[in-house]
Design a protein around this ligand. Structure first.
Ligand code: NAI
Length: 334
């Protein structure tokens, strides 16, 4: 199948070309992200392969469908950037990679927790400047702390497995209880209770209309003084302005994020020569107790190989059968 690969970074080419060696799809790479302004670049491709910050709204989907596209292949798990209702109405089939080494994101989430609780990001810079003073680097131990996991699917349950090894008390909030988590002794509670008793809160739910700004002023007000908040799910699960207020009042004692509401304008590019125009992001960068990574949770060799393989398999299966088990169905929207 002829596939337009959007937002293609060098590593995407490397892993997709390797996975395609024995399959033989025709891959055409575009570095540019797909959005209304760039939609003409993929005219006439039967399959369009996209990533987290390509924006497939109704206008883009109409153009694609009008020019013969039949398949949207997401090379990620989340699908909040595609208007699924419109795609469905237009007969555009959408497939995704539901689980590709969830440990990649789970381990990154735990890395953020460990870096923040022992101030590694500050210690690294201090030591390089010849400053070996410990004042300000006082940490806390994870053993015995209560960690609240919001969303215990593939990634959240992997986080639970790792933190169980650290001796944490684990609680979770999820409309669906996960058997592996129950076996680990995870206790399911309401979001309010989770916020009230957790020393660390880590977010692993998808971005849906229900989870948009799930963590905002109300949730933050319920939290323990000095709570650590980790978000590696999607930026808009958190109201960033409310979090900034929480950081200023010290209600939030540490923040680790791999995702950001407006990350589409920033992440996956080298902007080091430019002035960042996003003042909210700029404010976040000023806090000593905030650690930000640029959506790299998925970025391991194992995950990239798995994403490339599943993406091309999804396309082959759709080409052969017209359906695929990794389709984004209307069921997933509920
Ligand atoms: P999953 O579908 O296996 O699990 C998501 C869980 O969230 C499910 O158990 C679901 O019941 C639960 N959930 C849904 N609504 C909820 C709510 N209102 N409150 C609490 N829980 C709720 O998804 P998976 O693979 O674990 O991924 C989770 C999210 O992580 C993805 O949707 C994506 O946004 C993000 N992600 C981030 C990556 C990164 O590089 N930072 C890479 C991959 C995924």
């Amino acid at each position: 199948m002829k596939i337009a690969v959007c937002s293609a970074q060098p590593y995407d080419r490397q892993f997709l070309l390797a996975a395609n060696r024995d399959i033989g799809h025709e891959l055409v790479f575009f570095e540019t992200s797909l959005c209304e302004e760039t939609q003409q670049m993929v005219r006439g491709f039967p399959a369009v392969c996209v990533f987290v910050n390509d924006r497939l709204n109704a206008a883009v989907l109409n153009t694609l469908a009008g020019h013969g596209t039949r398949l949207i292949a997401l090379r990620c798990a989340g699908f909040n950037n595609v208007d699924i209702l419109t795609a469905n109405d237009l007969g555009l089939y959408v497939v995704r990679v539901p689980a590709y080494s969830p440990h990649s994101v789970a381990e990154h989430s735990v890395a953020l927790i460990l870096a923040l609780n022992r101030h590694l990001h500050r210690a690294y810079n201090r030591v390089r400047n010849g400053n070996f003073a410990l004042q300000g680097l006082l940490g806390f131990e994870l053993r015995g702390k209560t960690v609240g996991i919001v969303g215990t699917g593939h990634i959240g349950s992997a986080v639970a497995g790792i933190l169980h090894g650290f001796g944490c008390r684990l609680i979770a909030h999820d409309p669906q209880q996960n058997a592996e988590c129950l076996n680990l002794g995870v206790e399911y509670v309401s979001l309010e209770r989770l916020c009230a008793v957790s020393d660390i809160i880590t977010l692993h739910c998808p971005l849906t209309p229900d989870t948009h700004y799930l963590i905002g002023t109300t949730a933050i007000a319920c939290m323990k003084q000095g709570v650590m908040l980790i978000n590696t799910s999607r930026g808009a699960v958190v109201d960033t302005r409310a979090v900034i207020e929480g950081l200023k009042s010290a209600k939030i004692g540490a923040l680790g994020i791999d995702v950001y509401e407006q990350e589409g304008d920033l992440f996956f590019q080298d902007l080091s020569e430019r002035v960042i125009q996003d003042d909210i992001f700029g404010r976040l960068l000023t806090f000593p107790n905030v650690l930000i990574t640029g959506h790299q949770g998925f970025f391991t060799e194992e995950a990239l190989a798995s994403i490339a393989q599943t993406t091309l398999q999804n396309i082959s299966i759709f080409e052969r059968d017209g359906v695929c088990e990794n389709a984004v169905t209307m069921e997933l929207l509920r």
